[in-house]
Design a protein around this ligand. Sequence first.
Ligand code: PA5
Length: 449
Amino acid sequence: MIDLKFDYNNAIGVISQKEVLGFQNEIINHYKSLKDKTGKGSDFLGWIDLPDEVDNALINRIERIAAEIRSKSRIFVVVGIGGSYLGARAVIESLSNSFSHLNSKDGNPVIVYAGQNISEDYMVELLKVLDTFDYSLTVISKSGTTTEPAVAFRILKIHLENKYGKEAAKTRIIAITDKQRGALKQLADQEGYETFVVPDDVGGRYSILTPVGLLPIAIAGFNIGELLGGATKMKTHIESSPNIEDNPVWAYAAVRNALYNAGKTIEITVNYEPKLFYITEWWKQLFGESEGKENKGVFPAGVGFTTDLHSMGQYIQDGLRNIFETVISVEKPHNELKVPLDEKNLDGLNYIAGKQLHEVNHMAETGTTLAHVDGGVPNLRITIPEISEDTLGQLIYFYEMACAVSGYILRVNPFDQPGVEAYKKNMFALLGKPGFEKETKAIYSRLSD
Ligand code: PA5
């Protein structure tokens, strides 16, 4: 049974129930073509069966290696970009204590990230930290040729070898890449690194339930079996509920397309729990790379409330009316803290004394939702009972399937990303990469005009 709920009552008016249900037949057909592998991008549908297909042998191997790495590492570096790091980061940050990097007693390595940017200052500052703590790393790249993680890994590999010696360094590196192609695969084979495979038929942004996400999540100390279990629950629910009315995945895919057709071209995912920040980042990549093509697609944006009510709140309430919001609402916190009573009440807060902070947060959520709806911003709500491996697993699969079907409704291929190549071509030309001589000449002459 799934615990995730989806509510779109606060969008009715801008769109009608009839418009939403109008997607019913199309959704049935799109889901069928995903299952039968007859739609666009059908070579990249391995994610559909991942929740049941990740077998015990793989889970055991991930957990065994995670235990080894945990026993010798105060820090674990995840080297990757896009789909090769966002999923792991989303789950790890959602489940971690907000200040775990300051708490050396919880026994879990601190997870840090590299290769998701090319900032010199970021890298130098990271190396300085790694000088003083024991660490290990995973380098994740499906293609094995992405520049950002390749550069970071080259630097970190040398740092590890200088710190521990060549042979010992090898036992601290895990490569996650294609089963046979790419420079990383070649390097890992030659050096004899522990290696995991990214399945051929799973694209980067759909790879969170492969070792790409599972290994770092296990090393961070979280239960990957429960994460997969949550995803399986959502998968089972999807299989048994073809109707929009009782399937939150289909309802979300239908509603966001109805809103898009009504001119609401920006979706803002909202959280009231800062730990969910990277869930929004992962979601932005999933939907942005899947739908944003052929001059189409809802633009995915994100805010964290109540923080951003003091920055973006004005625009959302009053700006251009082309936006809708989707709140990820968490019913229960893991802790309890009440607003204390103060006899003097100089700050005037005694009217909320005795209330849990979560209740205050929840009232902020309800009040904001109503204000934004009144201001012409349709509001969708995804509710989970609490943040846990199980509910995150449900949420991940919910979004993955909704994104695939939503992309098919838009008539795009949700599983390719031709647009991300354009910047790479220019960067390679500017840096003088062999094979780009013509482009190098052209780009420098353009810059000197
Ligand atoms: O979703 C995708 O395919 C991309 O975001 C990739 O994950 C990202 O570009 C990294 O690619 P790679 O894993 O090949 O290094």
